[in-house]
Design a protein around this ligand. Structure first.
Ligand code: PLP
Length: 344
């Protein structure tokens, strides 16, 4: 039986067509700037993002760190959401490796940062304080899409305040597909943006830092310092090109599958799911810890893998099709029936 892995969209494996494109890739030494496939991917990414330049990096985490290193010097500060990946889930890399201090701000339920709250934490120019340099937003955040109007306001705000603006756009393509716009409608408002190739887009590894040329040039130097200067990286870049050519529009299928799954789970006893809250490829299911643990075991026996956190995050992606979603809903119904029988 096929294993259905719903823990994350990072579990996607390269398709046979993507592997074939990787095998065919023309390569050279990218540290010399001589890998034609990396150069093609970077040019393509800059254009798609409506930016001057792009840099192929190892991971989304590296993309965010390089973005911050490009904006900041030692003793500077970045503002990010309390639950933002670049604050909470990246090992404190900006502080550890860049001597850049984070200033977290409570996030709004829709994934935005309230700009008045942000304004209130910007430090005065005074030797007591770190120098506030850059504001980081995340899109999507927990599957939620930041409204385009909010991005326009954030851009104006950052300009007025003299701050740089960085996007953690690990899933910015999901946001663009959901909004029915080109990804540039999102990314061009930022000075730098990090975009993952290895999540829903299905590449085995890699991310892109796009942005203003001066900042991307700085990031290119820091990438080498971090040990991220890869040589014949065209093999990976070919996967990225394949992903941008073939796996962007299809993200809509993941969003539809997420919606179907949420509707299938809604109303089952003991599990709370709100289908109307589903915007992209994530479904959140709330329940008590005991029920979630039993559900996880029940699903595992049927080759369906779920995460361990509460609320449970269920992620749809390239390797899960509509038929798989039906199988998951069936299995969850079986769980609910068994639970009712045990309770009755
Ligand atoms: C996954 C993720 C990243 C980091 O990507 P890695 O490639 O896993 O390092 C950054 N931001 C967000 C919002 C993510 O979900």
């Amino acid at each position: 039986m096929k294993t259905i892995d719903l823990r994350s969209d990072t579990v996607t494996c390269p398709t046979p067509e993507m592997r074939a494109a990787m095998a065919r890739a023309d390569v050279g030494d990218d540290v010399y700037g001589e890998d034609p496939t990396v150069n093609r991917l970077e040019a393509m990414a800059a254009e798609r993002a409506g930016q001057e330049a792009a840099l192929l990096v190892a991971t989304g985490t590296q993309g965010n760190l390089l973005g911050l290193l490009a904006h900041c010097e030692r003793g500077d500060e970045y503002i990010a959401g309390q639950q933002a990946h670049c604050y909470k889930f990246e090992g404190g890399g900006a502080a550890v490796l860049g001597s850049i201090q984070p200033q977290p701000v409570e996030m709004e339920p829709d994934g935005t940062l309230d700009l008045d709250r942000v304004a209130a934490v910007i430090k005065p120019v005074d030797s007591h304080f770190a120098r506030t340099r850059v504001l980081c937003l995340e899109n999507t955040h927990a599957g939620k899409v930041l409204p385009l109007d909010y991005l326009r306001r954030a851009e104006r705000f950052a300009r007025e305040q003299g701050l740089g603006l960085h996007l953690d756009g690990a899933r910015a393509f999901n946001a663009a597909v959901r909004l029915g716009v080109e990804v540039s409608e999102i990314t061009r408002r930022f000075d730098t943006a990090s975009l993952c190739l290895s999540k829903g887009l299905g590449a085995p590894a890699g991310a892109l830092l796009v942005g203003r040329r001066e900042l991307v040039d700085k990031a290119r130097r820091w990438r080498k310092v971090l040990g991220g200067g890869m040589r014949q990286a065209g093999i990976l870049a070919a996967a990225g090109i394949y992903a941008l050519d073939h796996h962007v529009e299809r993200l809509a299928e993941d969003h539809e599958n997420a919606r179907q799954l949420a509707e299938g789970l809604a109303g089952l006893p003991g599990i709370f799911v709100d289908p109307d809250a589903v915007q992209t490829n994530m479904v959140f299911a709330a329940s008590d810890a005991q029920t979630l643990a039993t559900l996880r075991d029940h699903m595992a026996e049927r080759s369906i893998r779920l995460g361990t956190k509460s609320p449970l995050r269920i992620v749809l992606h390239l390797d899960v099709n509509a038929g798989d979603v039906e199988r998951v809903v069936e299995a969850a119904r079986g769980f609910a029936t068994a639970g009712a029988a045990a309770a009755g």
